[in-house]
Design a protein around this ligand. Sequence first.
Ligand SMILES: Cc1cc2nc3c(=O)[nH]c(=O)nc-3n(C[C@H](O)[C@H](O)[C@H](O)COP(=O)(O)OP(=O)(O)OC[C@H]3O[C@@H](n4cnc5c(N)ncnc54)[C@H](O)[C@@H]3O)c2cc1C
Length: 461
Amino acid sequence: MTTERLSFDVVVVGAGTAGANAAVKLAVGGRRVLLLERRGADAAGAQWHNGVLDWQFDAAGVARPAPPERAPTAPRTHIVGPDGHYGVCVQDNPVTRADMALLGRRLRRAAQDAGVEIVDHVEGIDVRTGGDRLVAVEVAVAAPQKPPRSLSVEAALFVDASGRAGVLRRHSRPLAPWCPEIGGDELCTAADHHLRIDDVDGARRFLDRFGAAPGEAVTMVGLAGGFSTRAITVSADLSEASVLVGCLANGRYSTGSRMLSQTRADEPWLGASISGGAGLIPLRRPYARLSAPGIALVGDAACQVFPAHGSGIGMGLLAGSMLAEAVAGASDPGDENVLWAYQADFQRTHGGMLAAFDTFRRMSTALGGRGVGRMMRAGLLNENLVRAGLDQRWQVPDRAAMPAMAYRMARVPSVAARMLPLLARGQLLYPMGGRYPIEADVVALGRWNSRVERLLGPLPS
Ligand SMILES: Cc1cc2nc3c(=O)[nH]c(=O)nc-3n(C[C@H](O)[C@H](O)[C@H](O)COP(=O)(O)OP(=O)(O)OC[C@H]3O[C@@H](n4cnc5c(N)ncnc54)[C@H](O)[C@@H]3O)c2cc1C
């Protein structure tokens, strides 16, 4: 087999939402872009419905999903504890549900329109470095019914958008110390399925149990460890429901697929699956370093995920757009200083918020399922706080609400003892994003990172 030799300005690996958007924005900015994808056309990235936020699409310069990509959204979300105890109702839920397969296709079409060359069915990627800089990838392509091909592609910049696995990241020597492997305590095992409703009366009885109406969502938290959820949204016409389940992937609780089976056993009114999927989501704050000479990370490969509930679509879109903006006009888009501007911009704009909300994930883990239930019964889950979490925006504590919160906390001192230090750490972490070093300086970055690590504290068990 002969090897085709190619040269591009940028090679993006992974055509999920983060990679496809990065490819579009880089091509629109005048770069010659090659997009490599392991799966077939229209099968890249998430293939189920995800909750997304309009503000993140706007900020990333990506048109908001419109029907049919935009699915009907639950205006109200009822949050309940693991024992079914009612916690809080969030009105005007900011989260929109969108069909990721359709979003993926839209971004792929936009990439093609912008002149991005796309190669699917990439089977293996090897990297070639010059010193510490990535300079080329060797790619094996095995498309069905076509002879296997091999490509050798040089580029100034390689974007790792391959998801959690980070297929390029793991070959970059400068990134290695900053991008540790993620263990099960920092991974969410999740499943999301769209199902038919077989028994309308059963669905009505389920909604009645929580004072919910058709079209609304009931989210149970803390049922498989403190960090766990089972969100069921029933369509307004009672014909379909969506189920999102997830918990920590450390083997102590369950898996997304098992939680889905359990949900169907608990709620027999749910019928056959129409569409859906399952997978692992990184939950830690973004890696401290998102680039090195010749390489930039976006999306799950960079852990650009909202850690309090494992949402990565919006942050991945934002990252691709920020990367394209940072390299615009640069004679060498893989230059360390050019790429540092991307990571500094991302960390300064979103890193503090993401690190601060990492304390919420740690708090729910530390509380455990029983503690989360007690927190709910004590009335410590506040609608504004939940909405801020759903909207992925940090909220300064409401001084007027503090006396009531202090009174409630005093009634559950063991829960308060776990909550308060982490809430305080969140407040201290939020401004840390703005202190990310602007200039390329790994020593200053090391100091910043140690400070953030100290503020975050150890992972709760
Ligand atoms: C069940 C579930 C529910 C979720 N719900 C939500 C939600 O409601 N809201 C939300 O915002 N997020 C949600 N997430 C998380 C969200 O789906 C991810 O954060 C997001 O899809 C990450 O996008 P990405 O483009 O970075 O990576 P991915 O979507 O993982 O895409 C990576 C792409 O790279 C390709 N690839 C991998 N290796 C190679 C290789 N060697 N060569 C070429 N290509 C390669 C893959 O095939 C894939 O297409 C959920 C995740 C799961 C599993």
